[in-house]
Design a protein around this ligand. Sequence first.
Ligand SMILES: Nc1ncnc2c1ncn2[C@@H]1O[C@H](COP(=O)(O)OP(=O)(O)OP(=O)(O)O)[C@@H](O)[C@H]1O
Ligand SMILES: CCCCCCCCCCCCC/C=C/[C@@H](O)[C@H](CO)NC(=O)CCCCC
Ligand SMILES: [Ca+2]
Length: 543
Amino acid sequence: MERLPGGRRPRLVSSLGLGRRSWEVTLDEERGRLAWRDPRPPRRAGENCFVPISEIIAVEETEFNKKQRNIGRWQKMAKLHAFTVHYVKKARNHRWRCSAATFWCVDEHLCNQWTQALKELLEMQKSRPKQLLVYINPFGGKRQGKRIYEQKVAPLFSLASISTDVVVTEHANHAKDNLFEVNIYKYDGVVCVGGDGMFSEVMHGLIGRMQKDSGIDQNNPKASLVQCNIRIGIIPAGSTDCICYSTVGISDPVTSALHIIVGDCQPLDVSSVHHNNTFLKYSVSLLGYGFYGDILKDSEKKRWMGPMRYDYSGFKTFLSHHYYEGTIAYQPAKHRHGSPRDKVSCRTGCYICKQSEKQLAEQNKEHGLKKEEGEEEWKVIKGKFLAINAVNMSCACPRSPKGLSPAAHLADGSADLILVRKCSRFDFLRYLVRHTNQDDQFDFPFVDVYRVKCFQFTSKLSEDNESNVMDVGKKRFGQFCRDHPACCCNIVNSTWNCDGETLDSSAIEVRVHCQLMKLFARGIEEDCKDEAAHSQSSIEQLL
Ligand SMILES: Nc1ncnc2c1ncn2[C@@H]1O[C@H](COP(=O)(O)OP(=O)(O)OP(=O)(O)O)[C@@H](O)[C@H]1O
Ligand SMILES: CCCCCCCCCCCCC/C=C/[C@@H](O)[C@H](CO)NC(=O)CCCCC
Ligand SMILES: [Ca+2]
């Protein structure tokens, strides 16, 4: 086929059958879409349909046989040639499904020309993965990981000609350890089937491997970490699935598989957590002390309950109403990063995250990252807290569709630090309930929220006498302040909940690393009924 200047093909326009009717079908490389419309006047509204080429999953030659739907007189007149286009159909609530349209004609050459042109365009989608490494946690969530992968995801990967190496994990840290051994560079991405804990394992494996291969010491809290360009795909099969929900808008295995297939890319901030120059963990969702730390600690003993364990431990922890004394020091993020009280959330193509990406690229060029950090002043807050939550993303999940910090950004290089001070049980309940409705959960006198790039926390106990207190804590865990039995002030430390795993230290140093890793996702899309989704649903009705 002849090419236009710039190497593009001219538009391919043909009259093709679809269902029982003939359509004018156009493949327009310049506009990046496949469109079909009813050529008969008068044109009825809603019959112009298109699919972006970037959202075509696969193109297949199709055999017409007797089982195929009746397509009228054409079937009797001549042998028909057909091809099927599998594409993403956008449904409500950010859910994606795989839909198909089979186009037919009597001219074999024309049919081949279409199939070839479409396949060539799909080949040109360079961000799509061809080879993936898949880890399945068979015990996450409701223990459905293996079934979900085999029944819902593997057939889609096969349709999209993606080859996979699949590892069903046999123990905790299997995936993480394995990522230090395999040749990760031959893969276009790593997929984890499980919950936030499984994602965390894969992330630690990948980031750790990248630092090891680049000779970077993870124990140095000031080290500039090497970005990880191998994307991670999350097939949700866990209990909370907060990372998937906050980056895709829904926790649905088929939707996530389709985001992987079309090769979406969403950069993600990662916080490093250190104690005394020792690396503890990375976090992408919640680092929570007090309420969420206590829920996690209690729920770990109830793993057999599955996802219900969080409701049980949540209720128990709410009733216990413990608060903890400590000091927080933080460096605020620059104002251009917006504010946690903004009414605008981070959405696909987010301007603030794009700006951070540009800034990061400039910093990487100049190697001037440290200078800026050193100049900032530290703010210090002492107090009694029911909860200290630092979130790198909104932490939206089915329990709380807007999340712990609705305006947090996925890739702006900052975290939202939420301090919930000592208050009554009733007020704390009001605060919690606002996570489930449209009211502002930060609009309370006992709640403060700051956008930060790093922070440190020390509990009062560690400040007073770390070693002494640790002994007391071990012996008398769970006891309360003797002088004030009703005050709920715990004489022991709480535990940090780091993306669903407990940390051993209460004194921590946290630093946000802007866009350290990437996901097969595109962030949450604006909630408008876009043109493509609209026209696709109308064609479904016609077929
Ligand atoms: N084969 C295995 N046996 C036991 N534990 C495993 C295995 N594979 C992975 N794990 C561990 O199980 C933990 C929990 O897994 P996962 O995150 O998939 O489920 P979950 O805890 O139900 O979900 P969520 O993290 O969303 O609450 C992970 O931290 C992971 O290290
Ligand atoms: C009266 C009703 C009030 C209801 C209030 C609901 C508020 C829910 C906010 C949920 C925030 C989830 C934050 C995500 C944390 C994950 O990194 C982590 C790992 O999966 N999950 C938990 O720690 C599990 C945490 C479970 C919390 C319940
Ligand atoms: Ca962020």
